[in-house]
Design a protein around this ligand. Structure first.
Ligand code: ADP
Ligand code: ADP
Length: 226
């Protein structure tokens, strides 16, 4: 686990108006931070800079004590869950979840232990031998989450992970994500444009508008009438 510190982060694409404009934000160790705002406000860009998929125009990004501006994504030890969760169709649930551990060449007994624990956490134990095509949408989403959390990453990053699900499933997954994050206590940054997710999921909410950080506070501070 590690805190994520953003100091005066600017991102310009070409000569245009900055997509992210002087954002300073501390995500504390173990905190669940929601990034919310309308489409085009710079949420994904900010998340991609945390992960290292996008260069920073100016400012500093820290993971723990370390400035990571020039650190390659795979050396940042972060886990990201994307909106369009892509599972490997020819692999079982077990091997889908195990994939990051296989890449890291973890020994077989560790792979089995971690995948088993993760599957229990996500209630996928009975489905480990199945292929993604034989799972429901919610189960597939849980497998994608399993793949993200099976590795002991310093932080989890979510980019609108629920936006392609129907309302019922979205409700279930909200509960699931909230439960998991509390249980694991891992630093989390979660991007959404959904007010319900913003109000119910996080410890704090950061509101972005046209690349500028407008407010940071607990859901209560931001959404309840005084
Ligand atoms: P959000 O995630 O809040 O919808 P984005 O971070 O995707 O917002 O986009 C912020 C702004 O940056 C938008 O104006 C968008 O058009 C622009 N933008 C995003 N990615 C690129 C890119 N690769 N090239 C040029 N402009 C981009
Ligand atoms: P390695 O060759 O690196 O040891 P294996 O393919 O043998 O990797 O698998 C690693 C561990 O995970 C083994 O102990 C294996 O029994 C276990 N394992 C692999 N696939 C499954 C599965 N579908 N269900 C339960 N355990 C599995």
């Amino acid at each position: 686990m590690a805190a994520i510190t953003m100091k005066n982060i600017v991102k310009k694409y070409g000569d245009g108006f900055p997509a992210v404009n002087d954002v300073s934000l501390d995500v504390r160790d173990g905190e669940f931070m929601i990034l919310v705002g309308p489409s085009g406000c710079g949420k994904s860009t900010l998340l991609r800079m945390i992960v290292g998929l996008e260069d920073i125009t100016s400012g500093d990004m820290l993971i723990g004590e370390k400035v990571v501006n020039k650190v390659a994504p795979r050396e940042r030890n972060l886990s990201m869950v994307f909106q369009n969760y892509a599972l490997y169709p020819h692999l079982t649930v077990f091997e889908n979840i195990a994939f990051p551990l296989r890449l890291a060449k973890k020994p077989g007994d560790e792979v089995r232990r971690r995948v088993t624990e993760t599957a229990e956490l996500l209630e996928l134990t009975e489905h480990l031998e199945r292929k993604p095509a034989n799972l429901s949408g919610g189960q597939r989403q849980r497998v994608a989450m399993g793949r993200a959390i099976v590795r002991q990453a310093d932080a989890f990053l979510f980019d609108e992970p629920l936006s392609n699900l129907d309302a019922k499933l979205r409700g279930q997954m909200r509960t699931e994500i909230s439960r998991l994050q509390k249980r694991l206590g891992v630093t989390t940054v979660y991007v959404t444009h959904d007010q319900t997710e913003a109000m119910t999921l996080g410890d704090r909410v950061a509101v972005l508008r046209m690349g500028v950080l407008q407010q940071v506070g607990s859901p209560r501070e931001l959404y309840e009438e005084p």
